[in-house]
Design a protein around this ligand. Structure first.
Ligand code: AMP
Length: 369
């Protein structure tokens, strides 16, 4: 295990495995381009080691150039890609092969393709040493891939975490084992949001409330918001597929979190299964699900009060509130069995002073963290 800044990383890919993959890419590309004189364009900074080993393994005439783009800050892709070093001018009519160190979401790739789109090249190909099929948006074909890897944060062999780790000969993976991932269960009004607010501060976790994400999208009039509104206004659940994809996006946007509090998700067995599979693909897991128990009549009174204060449309009408309880009893309550079978279900009395309830939750968390 190595430590870079505040994070621990564990060995993932050894030097031989990496060099074999580079060698194989060089011979596959040589097979297609040995009669041409391609220009290899390395994408800085991450690709410098890959480009160097690749060129040593490529035994035919070729040229090399670099571009520099940036979209990462720390562990998370910011989504904003800047061009820091532009394409050289003499590429017209030439075969250009991009050498990327890693392709994950594909945002940087999109910017790269834009950079070359006006250049009138003979051929444009993309080669990436590492590739994350689980998160790639699939917009462009990736012509040559060295190694497919799961979606976890990696460093070494040119790749960095806040600029450290580029000089490592091997690749290391972020160590997720000391993460805490919690599911907060409870009927609408049980206090999940309030308690999540305290727990996230106490344990440094990222709070994801699917209800809040939907409301944010509704407020901003996005396609997702428009779609969700019709269900939310009636107190029905939004379809699983929509909710699951949204949840995955939220987790992916926060790959540097010390753990997550899932609030309002999962609400169906299909969502719970999707969450388990998704977390497993990232070397993560749910540690505990905690239900905040409260009587429905107490909750109706709480929600009507909240509706008066917040203006939330689904909190103002008792029949919509009762419909949400029905949805919970039918679709969400069975998750108690799902998590009990995994030995991860805990329940806590949700009636009392807010601080008392936080204390009850902290006692449960202390048992496994
Ligand atoms: P909440 O704020 O958690 O009570 O959620 C408000 C509304 O958003 C719910 O009544 C549903 O219509 C929708 N919603 C939130 N989370 C989910 C989910 N996991 N699955 C389906 N619908 C959801």
């Amino acid at each position: 295990m190595i430590k870079l800044h505040d994070k621990l990383f564990k060995p993932f890919l050894g030097e031989t495995r990496i060099l074999n993959a580079v060698q194989k890419m060089a011979s596959d590309i040589a097979e297609d381009y040995k009669d041409d004189v391609p220009i290899f364009v390395g994408v800085l900074n991450g690709s410098f080691m890959f480009v160097s080993d690749f060129l040593k393994a490529y035994e035919y005439p070729c040229e090399v150039s670099f571009v520099k783009l940036s979209s990462y800050q720390g562990l998370t892709s910011t989504g904003i890609v800047e061009t820091l070093l532009d394409v050289s001018e003499n590429i017209e009519g030439r075969s250009v092969i991009i050498l990327e160190d890693i392709i994950d979401t594909g945002r940087t790739l999109q910017k790269l393709v834009n950079l070359f789109s006006g250049a009138n090249v003979k051929e444009f190909k993309i080669a990436s040493l590492f590739y994350k099929p689980d998160v790639y948006n699939g917009e462009y074909v990736i012509d040559y891939v060295g190694l497919e890897i799961p979606d976890s944060f990696i460093v070494g062999y040119g790749l960095d975490y806040k600029e450290l780790g580029r000089n490592l000969k091997e690749v290391y993976q972020l160590n997720q084992t000391n993460m805490i991932n919690l599911v907060l269960f409870g009927k609408p009004g049980a206090g999940k949001g309030t308690q999540a607010g305290f727990l996230k501060e106490k344990y440094g976790l990222k709070h994801i409330s699917t209800g809040d994400v939907f409301r944010f999208n509704m407020k901003n009039g996005t396609e997702l918001g428009k779609l969700a509104k019709s269900y939310i206004d009636k107190g029905d659940l939004v379809p699983d597929e929509v909710t699951i994809n949204m949840l995955k996006d939220e987790v992916e946007k926060n790959s540097d979190a010390a753990g997550f509090i899932f609030d309002g998700f999962p609400r169906t067995t299909a969502q719970a299964e999707a969450l388990d599979n998704f977390l497993e693909s990232k070397d993560m897991k749910i540690d505990a699900t905690i239900a905040l128990e409260a009587d429905e009549d107490v909750l109706v009174a709480r929600l009507l009060e909240r509706g008066r204060e917040s203006g939330r449309s689904d909190d103002q009408d008792e029949s919509k509130i009762r419909n949400r309880f029905d949805e919970y009893n039918q679709k969400t309550a069975p998750l108690k069995d799902y998590y009990s079978k995994q030995g991860k279900f805990h329940s806590v009395n949700g009636i009392g002073q807010i601080a008392e309830i936080t204390e009850r939750l902290a006692k449960v968390i202390a048992r496994f963290s």
